[in-house]
Design a protein around this ligand. Structure first.
Ligand SMILES: Nc1ncnc2c1ncn2[C@@H]1O[C@H](COP(=O)(O)OP(=O)(O)OP(=O)(O)O)[C@@H](O)[C@H]1O
Ligand SMILES: [Mg+2]
Length: 244
């Protein structure tokens, strides 16, 4: 496997050089393998969203370097991305990105349709108003808008927030399928119960620094506070000497 994103000694401060300067990340060195499904954990304010913004190139490091492999495209899915839906139809909305990138209308349409299909939204959704969709469908349409731009790496900030349990599971299944088909997925999540079980690797941030990283299993054993409930139960059962 090759590395698709590499942070080398990356620090980032907001409002640098002003009295409000705030160091959000400090000397972060991590690498993300191509096709990984990576979870980023940490308490509120630990720097998770800042890390995603840097990976997507929305902000530049104050110091250190970020390398993105083979001119890969990193798409950032903000928290509650459905708030940014605006097209009069679902298809128009998802075509906006590829059109904006300068693609011909036919090609943009093809990219949009593929992305919608991958997000579980078939032709019956194309002409609906985005505002008539259910919460889970809106979320998936908004993610399709990012995918339609040819995104190889999907970086997502709290992608399950505010969805009902069914919407959460179905979005997780879709993300897993995208990952199996070769997309690299990076998710920030407060609550690892649903998503953490799907992640292969994990990074834990503490006050802007990486406090742990590795395979999900190893990281969860060392940081039980971030582990999914099912994982903690299994660990207890094993500790009781029961081998399942
Ligand atoms: N635009 C900004 N201007 C100034 N400080 C900021 C800005 N955005 C974030 N910060 C600060 O940087 C630090 C890291 O913020 P960040 O949003 O990356 O944390 P987070 O881990 O995503 O938190 P949460 O889980 O609450 O979303 C915090 O102390 C935050 O207050
Ligand atoms: Mg955040």
């Amino acid at each position: 496997m090759s590395q698709i994103i590499r942070f080398q000694d990356v620090s980032y401060s907001y409002a640098k050089g002003t009295p409000y300067e705030k160091k959000a990340l400090e000397n972060v060195s991590i690498s993300v393998e191509s096709c990984d499904f990576l979870g980023i954990y940490g308490l509120s304010g630990s720097g998770k969203s800042t890390l995603l913004r840097l990976a997507a190139g929305l902000i530049k490091p104050s110091s250190g370097q970020i390398e993105i492999g083979r001119s890969a495209r990193v798409g950032l899915v903000f928290q509650f991305p459905e708030n940014q839906l605006f097209g009069s139809t679902v298809l128009d909305d998802v075509m906006f990105g590829p059109l904006n990138m300068g693609l011909e209308k036919d090609k943009a349409r093809e990219m949009a349709e593929t992305a919608l299909r991958q997000m579980g939204l078939g032709a019956e959704f194309y002409n609906r108003s985005p505002f008539s969709l259910s919460g889970g469908e809106k979320r998936r349409a908004a993610i399709a808008g990012i995918l339609a731009m040819g995104t190889e790496v999907l970086a997502m900030d709290e992608p399950l927030a505010g969805l009902d349990p069914e919407g959460q599971e179905s979005l997780c299944d879709i993300l897993e399928r995208l990952n199996e088909k070769g997309r690299t997925i990076i998710v920030v999540s407060h609550d690892s119960d649903v998503l953490g079980r799907r992640c292969r690797s994990a990074v834990v941030l503490e006050n802007g620094r990486v406090s742990d990283c590795g395979s999900s299993g190893d990281v969860f054993s060392r940081n039980p506070g971030f582990a999914p409930l099912s994982f903690r139960v299994m660990e207890k059962v094993k500790a009781m000497g029961i081998n399942l």
